[in-house]
Ligand binder design. Structure first.
Ligand SMILES: *[C@@H]1O[C@H](CO)[C@@H](O)[C@H](O)[C@H]1NC(C)=O
Ligand SMILES: *[C@@H]1O[C@H](CO)[C@@H](O)[C@H](O)[C@H]1NC(C)=O
Ligand SMILES: *[C@@H]1O[C@H](CO)[C@@H](O)[C@H](O)[C@H]1NC(C)=O
Ligand SMILES: *[C@@H]1O[C@H](CO)[C@@H](O)[C@H](O)[C@H]1NC(C)=O
Ligand SMILES: *[C@@H]1O[C@H](CO)[C@@H](O)[C@H](O)[C@H]1NC(C)=O
Length: 438
């Protein structure tokens, strides 16, 4: 699991200005997200005062306009100035009367120091002390009205070198209100070395898998909720990422497309993702496609898991489970370049957009956040729902020349790497506690 060398930040920008200004700020971010850069990750924007918006009168009439991709550029030289541009804009927020709050696990970022010197409130979260993991969440909240959530960190690598995917949902204060509670949770963790067992009501979840938010997304009826991990980071009523993933897999009727950087479902008993996939494929005839990155850090056992999954359909009718590895040819020089850093799953009726790879320990230690959106009537094909956007994005990657089947990738490097991997290395103490779901 490669996170940026600079780490991750959760943040929060407070806006005390007019709606127009807020949208301008968000637009700035969108451009930034498409083109670039920086060093932090989840940023949430809005005012401390509750601004009078409550669960009762928050907006459920939301807009989602396309999905955000990162545009890959070849060199650091090209992409750094764009990152600088975003950074400069963030520095200038103060002069526009816009407040910025950032929660981060970085200890020594010069950019964060500069932002703090320009009136941004920056809080440090010591993930090492809390869970021995990392802060992988990446989201923004603007004005308690608009949100961004996706795989991109605020790191120039994220937005200029790696392949990322995220969504911005506008005019959706109900969802923003709940995401703000996730942010508030992080905000309260600053400078602590333990996770409190009792939490204020201001961080408990508003929506979850049993009671999702009913909303209109581009005038299409949908439901949505947020999930988080690790378990210790789930205050009352908050759905765990793993439970969200299970729910999305279990409710799939015709297909499940999964795109993750790393796939290594060796986890404690609670993660039944792989067995659920097998159930879906064999018992329910759901077509499954798994797109995994093939890169420097691909664990050799990934190939064993994939081979095992694929044998499932041998001699079975109506059984479809395909796996491809996404590998960018430029990666030989720079392993982050073109890396498929996406972490999502899309089915015939729902999408799960998260920040973790499907690697057991990720969910157990690292802080992440996921968004589940379910379309109420997914049979209507309008070409403009979040589901259709993400499905189209998956299909584009799947059919691209960078997506290769197992055999090809394996011939290239996999076998060689497997040989290199000694058995002793693999049999760690932690490993023995794990339950291999295959
Ligand atoms: C929402 O409700 C709260 C409390 O009932 C009220 O103070 C606030 O003005 C309302 N906000 C809007 C935008 O209607
Ligand atoms: C912190 O960053 C500064 C400048 O980037 C560097 O000179 C310094 O060595 C760093 N300190 C630590 C403890 O890493
Ligand atoms: C984070 O916590 C660890 C373990 O408690 C401690 O060793 C480390 O110094 C802390 N880091 C910072 C920057 O406070
Ligand atoms: C959000 O709502 C405002 C006010 O209703 C409207 O002017 C604006 O165009 C909406 N934004 C989007 C992106 O739909
Ligand atoms: C395979 O699928 C087709 C069409 O969905 C169906 O008619 C057929 O009965 C299925 N066969 C098996 C063996 O399940």
């Amino acid at each position: 699991m490669e996170r940026s060398g600079l780490g991750t930040i959760s943040g929060h920008i407070q806006l005390l200005t007019t709606q127009q200004k807020c949208i301008a700020t968000l637009a700035l971010f969108c451009c930034s997200a498409v083109l670039m850069v920086l060093i932090f990750s989840s940023v949430d924007i809005w005012g401390d005062s509750e601004d009078g918006i409550t669960e009762e009168n928050c907006s459920r009439d939301c807009r989602q306009i396309g999905i955000l991709y990162s545009r890959l550029s070849r060199t650091e030289r090209l992409s750094l100035p764009q990152g600088q541009l975003l950074f400069q804009r963030l520095l200038r927020l103060k002069s526009r009367g816009v407040k910025l709050k950032i929660a981060s696990s970085l200890t020594n970022s010069s950019e964060l120091k500069a932002l703090a010197a320009h009136n941004a409130q920056v809080r440090f979260i010591n993930m090492t002390a809390l869970t021995k993991g990392g802060l992988h969440s990446s989201f923004w909240i603007v004005d308690r009205t608009h949100i961004y959530i996706g795989s991109a960190e605020m790191d120039w690598r994220s937005l200029s070198k790696r392949k990322e995917l995220g969504v911005v949902v506008y005019n959706c204060s109900c969802l923003a209100l709940d995401l703000h509670r996730v942010f508030s949770f992080y905000w309260q963790l600053h400078d602590r070395d333990y996770i409190p067992s009792i939490w204020s009501k201001r961080v408990t979840a508003l929506y979850g898998k049993h009671e999702a938010l009913e909303l209109q997304l581009n005038t299409t009826p949908a439901t949505a909720y947020l999930s988080t991990s690790p378990e210790h980071f789930c205050p009352k009523d908050r759905t765990r990422d793993l439970d969200a993933i299970h729910q999305v897999i279990q409710s799939a009727k015709t297909f499940i497309f999964i795109s993750v950087t790393d796939y290594l479902p060796l986890v404690k008993r609670s993660f039944r993702g792989t067995s659920l996939i097998r159930e879906a494929v064999v018992l329910r005839g759901v077509k499954v496609r798994l797109l995994i990155s093939f890169w420097k850090k691909t664990h050799p056992l990934t190939f064993n898991f994939v081979t095992s999954l694929k044998t499932l359909c041998m001699q079975l009718h109506n059984c479809s489970l395909e796996v491809r590895f996404f590998s960018h040819k430029e990666q030989k020089e720079d392993f982050q370049l073109g890396l498929n850093h996406n972490k999502y799953m899309v089915t015939d009726n729902a999408v799960y957009l998260g920040t973790h790879d499907w690697v057991g320990s990720d969910f157990a230690k690292n802080a992440g956040v996921g968004l589940v959106v379910r379309m109420k009537d997914s049979t209507k094909d309008t070409g403009s729902t979040i589901l259709e956007h993400i499905k189209a994005s998956f299909e584009r990657d799947w059919r691209s020349r960078y997506a290769k089947n197992l055999q090809k990738s394996k011939d290239q490097q996999g076998k060689y790497r497997l040989l290199q991997w000694s058995k002793s290395q693999w049999e760690t103490k932690e490993e023995k506690e794990w339950n291999n779901p295959l």
